[in-house]
Every structure is written in C-alpha cells, then in structure tokens.
Design a protein around this ligand. Structure first.
Ligand code: SAM
Length: 230
C-alpha cells in the first residue's frame, strides 16, 4: 500500500494540512488513523517521515519530522518531446516516463497531430506525475510543458545528443550516451518531410526502433528505457 503523500510545502518539525486528492488517499485508500506513519515529499527533492494527527474525509493534519534531500533522479538528463497520444493512452506515456526517470516531457502539435496540447491535458498530466512519483519514490516532479515544434527542434541543449524517432532511420543501437539527451516522437500520422528536414538541419539524427510501427507512447517508453536503463 502506497504510504507516500505529496505536500509542496515541507517545513521540518511542523504540522501540515493535506486536502483534496491527498487527504482522500490518506483517509479512504490507506484508511489512516491518528498515529499512522507515512512519508511526505515536496516535489522539489525533499522527503520526510510524518505521523497522522487528525484524519477527516476532506482534510488531514500530519506532524512532519526531519526533512531530507534524497535524489532518485537519473544521471542522464533525458528530454522527451512527444506528440500526444489519443485520449486514454496519455496516462501510460506520462506515468512510465516518470517511473523510468525522464527529466522532462515536452508535448507539441505538428502538421499531422490529432491531439493538441490543452490546459486540460497539462492539468491531467500534472496529476499523473504526482501519482506516479508517489508510487515510484521520485522526489522531484517531472515537468510537463507544451512547446511549439519549432521551439523544440531549435531548442534542446546544444551539447547534448538529439534523436528523432522515425521508421527507416538508423538503428537505435547507433545512439550515443550523453549527459543530456533529447528524443522527438512524432504524431499518429508521422512527421511530414519538411518537419524531418527542419529537425535534421538542427542536428537531430533519425533513429529507427525496428521494422514495426509503434504507437507514440510505446516509442517514447522504448527510447526512455534504452537510454536511461541501458
Ligand atoms: N505512419 C507513421 C509513420 O510512418 O511515421 C506512424 C507514426 S507512429 C504511430 C508515431 C511516432 O512513433 C512516429 O512518428 C515515430 O516518431 C515513432 N515511431 C513509431 N514506430 C517507430 C519505429 N519503428 N521507428 C522509429 N520511430 C517509430
């Protein structure tokens, strides 16, 4: 049973109040009572042990102990720039990237995109990031931001490697490890030629993930797994 709770303001040896989804998780899912021990994290790299003082249906009060800086981040700063999958599959994309340790997710719309980034998507994605971080022990929330295609292809760190996933590209085994890496995943309909040319002009290298056509989220997760765990 997951005993981690997200609390953006962590002050050592203080009392904090949980509300909303976190209070619901504590009372209805964990069925905590006064005296229950839990862990809290602030999404900025810190965690602490805490004890439940009061636990209602909508709010709860916790007594926080010493706050520690504990990193479970990957040493590789992986930026995943991805088109958004159709509704229902975006959870898989966001959740697995958090678990695997991607540094950030940028979502964008390109010429053939079916789903465009909206504030509703970003709000939902933030909630998925919190849930996945509670589950996997990450103390830093993976940022999810909407960008334009042009910003992405011209933007990622100049010293890092940049790979664009495209069927028929070079084998993924040609990818080189680097402290900063960015990968670009296309929409359901794939990239148009001018987008690939623009990316290549900015130093992005085409990479194939094999002879089968993968869904957006599968391609993103396969690349993240290979680069972060390989
Ligand atoms: N018909 C589209 C095409 O040929 O590009 C398929 C698009 S696929 C559903 C969505 C995205 O996943 C692609 O734009 C690409 O970035 C990535 N992708 C899927 N399968 C891939 C593969 N075998 N190799 C490299 N990238 C792949």
């Amino acid at each position: 049973m997951n005993r981690r709770f997200y609390c953006p303001q962590l002050v050592p040896r203080s009392r904090i109040e949980l509300s909303g989804e976190e209070a619901h998780h504590l009372a209805q899912v964990l069925r905590a009572t006064p005296g229950t021990s839990v862990q809290v994290f602030d999404g900025k790299g810190h965690e602490a042990s805490a004890v439940v003082i009061e636990c209602g249906r909508r709010t709860a009060v916790l007594e926080v102990g010493a706050v520690e800086s504990i990193s479970r981040e990957s040493p590789i700063g992986l930026t995943v720039a991805s088109a958004i999958p159709r509704s229902g599959r975006e959870r898989f994309l966001v959740e697995k990237l958090v678990e695997l340790g991607a540094a950030r997710l940028w979502v964008y719309a390109s010429r053939r995109s079916v789903v465009h980034p909206s504030s509703g998507f970003l709000t939902k994605a933030q909630r998925i990031v919190v849930e996945a971080s509670k589950q996997c022990g990450r103390n830093i929330l993976m940022p999810v931001e909407a960008k334009s295609f042009e910003e992405i292809v011209a933007g990622p760190p100049p010293h890092g490697k940049r790979y664009v996933a495209h069927p028929g590209g070079e084998s993924a085994s040609a990818m080189v490890a680097s402290a900063e890496i960015a990968v670009l995943i296309g929409p359901e309909g794939g990239f148009v030629d001018s987008e690939l040319r623009e990316a290549e002009a900015h130093g992005w290298q085409r990479i194939s993930l094999g002879p089968r056509i993968l869904r957006i989220e599968t391609a993103a997760i396969a690349l993240a797994g290979r680069l972060l765990l390989g």
